[in-house]
Design a protein around this ligand. Structure first.
Ligand SMILES: [Zn+2]
Length: 186
C-alpha cells in the first residue's frame, strides 16, 4: 500500500540528507544503495573474521594440561597454520592419531618432541657421517624407540630429516648412539 509518508533521513553511504519514502530506506539514491551494500558486505566479512579470530584465542595453560590436542590446538601451540600441521601429520613428521575422519588428535608429548627436534636440527654436527657404524657404538631402531619413547615412523622421519647415518646389519638397522643421544639429550 502506498503512503504519503515522507521522512527526512541521512544517507548511510554519502551522509547527505534526503527525503525517504519509507522508514526502511537507507540510501538517497540507487548508486549509494549499491555502494553502501558493497561496503556493508565488506564490513560484515571483516567482522566475521574478527569474531573467528577471537574464538581462536585458546588458553595455553589449559592446553599444557591436556595429554591430547586437536589439530587446531596443536597448530596454535606450534604457531603454525592448521594446514601445515596436517601436512606434518601426513608426512609423519608429527605423530598423530586418527580417531575418525574428522577427529585427529596429537599427543602433547609428540608436539614437544617435534618442537625440540626442530630446534636441535640446527646444531647437528654431520662431520661424523662417514665414520663407520658398529654394533658397539650403535642402537638398533627398536632400542631407540624404547629408550626415547618415539614411534617407528617418527624415528624414521627424524633420521631422514637430519640425515643421520644408518647401517643395516643383519635384520637390524643401526644408528650411532652418539648421533641419537645428541638429539634427545643434548
Ligand atoms: Zn547517498
Amino acid at each position: 500500500m502506498k503512503t504519503n509518508i515522507r521522512i527526512k533521513k541521512k544517507c548511510e553511504y554519502c551522509k547527505e540528507e534526503f527525503v525517504a519514502k519509507t522508514t526502511k530506506t537507507r540510501y538517497c539514491c540507487h548508486r549509494c544503495n549499491q555502494k553502501g551494500y558493497k561496503q556493508n558486505m565488506k564490513q560484515n566479512k571483516i567482522a566475521t573474521t574478527e569474531k573467528a579470530t577471537k574464538l581462536d584465542i585458546i588458553n595455553v595453560d589449559e592446553l599444557n594440561k591436556k595429554d591430547f590436542l586437536t589439530a587446531k590446538e596443536a597448530a596454535y601451540i606450534l604457531n603454525m597454520s592448521l594446514r601445515t600441521v596436517y601436512r606434518l601429520i601426513q608426512s609423519k613428521e608429527l605423530n598423530a592419531y586418527n580417531f575418525s575422519e574428522r577427529k585427529t588428535l596429537v599427543r602433547r608429548k609428540d608436539i614437544d618432541m617435534y618442537f625440540d627436534l626442530s630446534l636441535n636440527d640446527i646444531n647437528i654436527d654431520k662431520s661424523h657421517l662417514k665414520e663407520l657404524i658398529n654394533l658397539e657404538n650403535s642402537y638398533t631402531m627398536d632400542e631407540v624407540q624404547k629408550k626415547y619413547n618415539i614411534s617407528s615412523s617418527a624415528l624414521f622421519n627424524l633420521i631422514k630429516r637430519l640425515e643421520i647415518q644408518k647401517k643395516q646389519v643383519g635384520k637390524h638397522v643401526l644408528v650411532r648412539k652418539e648421533d641419537i643421544d645428541k638429539i634427545f639429550a643434548p
